[in-house]
Design a protein around this ligand. Sequence first.
Ligand SMILES: Nc1ncnc2c1ncn2[C@@H]1O[C@H](COP(=O)(O)OP(=O)(O)O)[C@@H](O)[C@H]1O
Ligand SMILES: [Mg+2]
Length: 358
Amino acid sequence: MGTVAVQGLCKSFGKVRALDGVTLDVPDGAFFVVLGPSGAGKTTTLRAIAGLDKLDAGSVHLDGRDATADAPAVRDLAMVFQNYALYPRHTAYENIASPLRARRRPAGEIAAAVERMSGLLHIERLLHRRPAQLSGGEMQRVALARALVRSPRAFLMDEPLTNLDLKLRVEMRTELTRIHRSLGATFVYVTNDQVEALSMADQVAVLREGTVQQVGTPTEVYERPANQWVAGFVGSPPISLLACHAEGDRLVGEAGWTLPRPRWATAADGQALRLGLRAEDLSVEQRGDASLPGELYGLEPLGDRTVVDVRVGTEILKVKARPTVTGTPGERLRVTVDLDRAHLFDAGTGLSLSAAGR
Ligand SMILES: Nc1ncnc2c1ncn2[C@@H]1O[C@H](COP(=O)(O)OP(=O)(O)O)[C@@H](O)[C@H]1O
Ligand SMILES: [Mg+2]
């Protein structure tokens, strides 16, 4: 078993409210990702689960038992930090074995566990080396192996891939999901990288300024963001947001454009709104009747696709296009909109008006 449940976590550092009522329910065996920008309270949340800081309010339940008052050592959790501190004088093998040695496990068990973990992380050939003889990515793997060699109740991981270069990070994403599956253990994984969250998580909790904005599967968070902030944080290029309001059966933009009002748009006439459009739901090719007039602002070639920036009034729309697209800044064009996939937010509260209705 390895369920982790936190309820109403509050923690301030002086005037800074790091956690403001954080509630999370991590099922046994989940790959649960806490996603948020720097300063959102992610590390503080993990430290609260591990019992490393005193809380102002809230509770931590492990496997259904109240563990709020338990010392870190008895919680039986393994934490992987962003800065992997390996013992410099020890070989990779000894580093990985150290948590089991500290627990005085029998030699045969230690050898078997190190062998299994180094196999999973593809570091068998590095076991005799010391940290100074390893690259950053290799050190990170050794550090992960050292954490994963135990079988704790759950693993807490604090941005463990942040120090790796992009290619290794992409590789490790796949490795970690594979390892998670083969261990069947509970992972609580913290990151500020939405791609990591979307690609690895079963469940994502989006955290902002110490409050949970939304919890859901990667698809739910991407396709049905609870509010404008989540919509803007998850997705690349970022979602375009256009100021508008509803008028009868039309949506009317501040820039003067109009679009048919989607069936699911439950807004009151005149209510200030933001129409959220993702780059892949827009096209510079003529293919439907819902379209917006604009002018080409710039092209951003990304190899497999080009992001076309289109100016609509004073706002910029980001449109995903074929890599072969061409154009001259200033040239007039129309952007086709897939309204069935659009989002609508209340401009005041930022809350989604489309999340529930579809
Ligand atoms: N020990 C501390 N002393 C003072 N402020 C802290 C301390 N730890 C965290 N904070 C503050 O609490 C907020 C949340 O921090 P943290 O949990 O580290 O965020 P994250 O891990 O999401 O980047 C930040 O504003 C941070 O500056
Ligand atoms: Mg942090």
